[in-house]
Design a protein around this ligand. Structure first.
Ligand SMILES: Cc1cc2nc3c(=O)[nH]c(=O)nc-3n(C[C@H](O)[C@H](O)[C@H](O)COP(=O)(O)O)c2cc1C
Length: 158
């Protein structure tokens, strides 16, 4: 059996719920990425200007929770919310920190339905990391999420 890590960032809990489902379906360790408390303000409205400033200034948020040694795992599942059709800035921080790793990475991401360029952007930011196909969802269980997660895992766990 391969050793899997599920690592995610979640601002409002949707990606956390999906990450928990994925970790339990894949029997993997689960790690939440944390940034400084209050970094993204206290509500939805402030988040986008803050994230845009981080992108414009190349000032990605610091991950304040301990980062794993990615190479201890055969596969790392990286979860995050879609912000402006792209990966949320803490996911970008993680990909930067993971540079040089030899393991395989696969993105999963939540959105309200318009994930846009999330996956191609993830791949681009991953640079020379090995990236497997991703899973995008709104996090709503009405989408047969369990089955979609199982199908995705069986595709990438090979
Ligand atoms: C700053 C910001 C930008 C967002 N941009 C998008 C977007 O481009 N497309 C979309 O479908 N949802 C967008 N959303 C909604 C989130 O992607 C969605 O609610 C996600 O599931 C939240 O995940 P979380 O609860 O784990 O933080 C945005 C939310 C925020 C706060």
């Amino acid at each position: 059996m391969i050793k899997i890590l599920t690592v995610y960032f979640s601002l409002t809990g949707t990606t956390r719920r999906v990450a928990q489902m994925i970790a339990s379906a894949s029997n993997s360790e689960l790690i939440e990425l944390k940034v400084q408390p209050g970094m993204f303000g206290d509500g939805m409205n402030g988040v986008w200007p803050i994230a845009q400033r981080q992108l414009a200034n190349h000032d990605l948020p610091e991950i304040v929770s301990p980062l794993p040694n990615f190479d201890d795992y055969d596969l790392v599942l990286v979860g995050g919310p879609t912000w402006g059709y792209q990966p949320a800035t803490p996911v970008r921080s993680l990909l930067k920190a993971a540079q040089g790793s030899r393991t395989a990475f696969a993105p999963f991401y939540t959105s309200t339905g318009q994930a846009g360029e999330y996956e191609p952007t993830f791949k681009r930011l991953a640079g020379s990391l090995r990236v497997l196909p991703g899973l995008g969802t709104t996090g709503s269980t009405g989408q047969m999420l369990d089955q979609r997660i199982a199908a995705w895992l069986s595709q990438i766990e090979k």
